[in-house]
Design a protein around this ligand. Structure first.
Ligand code: AMP
Ligand code: MG
Length: 491
């Protein structure tokens, strides 16, 4: 029995993806690294996965660098394609290895993937490696997103490789262990469709439904059903992003997961001041992936998924297109419904009344013209309900008094106590987001060998809805007057 083996860390792998047609992946192994050391281990997540934390503290450096394979691993690199900034390219895991799907004690199934684990057949000209800063960044932001209640891939560990990676400068190398419901992307379907093999496309569709929408596997039209389900989940996901001010930054179709999880944290960041045109990524010069464009881009990506699925949707192309369009057309309304419901909670509305959407959007306009901090504004509104004070809200500026009066009148029209309204607002308005300046500070310290700043930040971001004395320093917007924040792709 495996469980009696003292060297067994709790791995229980299955490999359902590796049972799909072989054109969808290539068997490949992580490339060993010189001198691995465990930088951070997500002990809570390890426990949820059924892994032995004590064991991993000792073996984690070897396991999460890829120097030693966990028992039962069947490592593969997945093939996929994708539209990058609108242009179709063949991609695939160029620097990642899927070890397998961990079956957890609660009966769930999660991909365990090493990212930065060396070259694969899909590396093109890349070195297959990753550097410490971007891998820690993914760790921080994905764990913050999870704590915010937003579907996301998780981060189990970061290992420093003891090797250098060469980018514009020399950087310390690292490997991130990523945990995901799956790594099936819109681009995976584009890849399968481009092969022109219906059998592969159908197998992938069934596999995806089985994993992420098991209640729908018996649907008559599996491709159309999958499309509809993904439309719904993406509408929900992007609405949640918008409600916390998250900018993904590189919503290429290879970075959109069919599971509905946020995936591929590269140049992402959170808004400080509210402006729909906010772009952080240095390579997004046209603002294609700006904060306010995210819903439209999600729909554009879903259209790419629909195109890939057309041959399965109906044998007659015009009919397939009509059916797909009907499903895609649901996205804008679905998104708006979810977004508006999120905004209503953010301003403490428990019921729906005509004029609510205007009330919310006028607040956003006001924030934009005042250059108000997105997170702090909602925290201040929450606080004003908690305390019952009806003063102006400093972050919103002097012009806000008319809006504030209307908002308070609206709150008074719903028959709920201040406590009830405040509780709704507290659950919708995080006091902590991973502030850009705090993330940078933690990464800079980590790169010079001091992990204490990172650990304090992680402690703060995993309890985002709770104001405590310890997390006070992490609540504030950056001091005014700094240069606009810029992020770089995590390669
Ligand atoms: P990303 O920007 O991380 O979404 O990656 C886009 C594509 O480039 C994926 O196919 C990656 O596997 C690949 N890629 C990114 N960085 C590297 C690298 N250093 N070496 C090889 N492939 C890479
Ligand atoms: Mg990617």
């Amino acid at each position: 029995m495996k469980s009696k083996d003292p060297g067994w860390a709790g791995w229980r792998f299955d490999h359902s993806y590796a049972r799909l047609p072989v054109s969808l992946f290539t068997r490949a192994r992580p490339v060993p690294v010189a001198s691995p050391s465990l930088v951070v281990l997500n002990e809570k997540l390890a426990t949820e996965l059924g892994l032995d934390v004590g064991h991993l503290r000792g073996s984690g450096a070897d396991l999460f660098s890829g120097n030693r394979l966990p028992s039962g691993a069947d490592p593969i690199a997945q093939a996929y394609a994708g539209h990058q900034f609108g242009h179709f390219t063949n991609l695939g895991d160029g620097r990642a290895i899927l070890l397998g799907e961990q079956l957890t004690p609660s009966g769930a199934r999660f991909d365990v993937q090493l990212k930065g684990s060396g070259q694969t057949p899909y590396s093109r000209r890349g070195d297959g490696r990753a550097s410490l800063g971007p891998m820690l960044r993914e760790y921080i932001i994905s764990e913050a997103m999870h704590a915010l209640g937003i579907p996301t891939t998780r981060s189990l560990a970061v290992v420093a490789t003891g090797e250098e990676v060469f980018r514009e400068e020399i950087l310390p190398g690292a490997v991130l262990t990523r945990v995901a419901a799956s790594h099936i992307r819109v681009g995976t379907f584009e890849y399968a469709a481009a092969m022109g093999d219906r059998v592969v496309l159908e197998a992938l569709t069934r596999h995806t439904l089985t994993r992420h929408y098991p209640e729908l596997v018996d649907a008559e039209n599996i491709a159309l059903t999958l499309l509809g389900a993904v439309v719904e989940r993406q509408a929900d996901l992007v609405a949640r992003w918008m409600c916390v001010g998250f900018v993904h930054g590189v919503m290429n179709t290879d970075n959109m997961a069919l599971s509905g999880e946020t995936i591929d944290y590269g140049p992402c960041a959170f808004l400080d001041t509210y402006d729909p045109e906010t772009v952080f990524s240095s390579i997004d010069r046209g603002g294609r992936y700006a904060y306010g464009n995210q819903p439209d881009i999600a729909q554009w990506n879903l259209t790419r998924l629909a195109v890939a699925l057309l041959p399965l949707i109906d044998g007659e192309q015009t009919k397939a297109v009509a059916l797909a369009e009907e499903v895609l057309a649901k996205f804008p309304n679905e998104f708006r419904r979810k977004h508006q419901s999120g905004l209503r909670s953010k301003i403490g509305l428990l019921s729906e009344e005509e004029g609510d959407d205007e009330l919310a959007s006028e607040l956003l306009d006001l924030m934009q013209s005042a250059g108000a901090d997105f997170t702090s504004t909602f925290v201040a509104l929450t606080k004003s309900v908690e305390t019952g004070q009806s003063e102006v809200i400093p972050v919103l500026g002097a012009d806000s008094s008319v809006w504030l009066t209307r908002w308070r009148e609206r709150l008074n029209r719903q028959n709920h106590t201040r406590e009830v309204v405040a509780a709704v607002m507290q659950r919708a308005n995080p006091v902590i987001i991973p502030r850009n300046h705090r993330v940078e500070e933690a990464l800079a310290a980590a790169q010079s060998g001091d992990m204490s700043v990172l650990h304090r930040l992680l402690e703060a971001v995993v309890s985002p809805y709770e104001a405590t004395p310890a997390n006070e320093p992490y609540r504030d917007a950056p001091p005014p007057g700094g240069a606009p924040y810029r992020t770089f792709c995590g390669t």
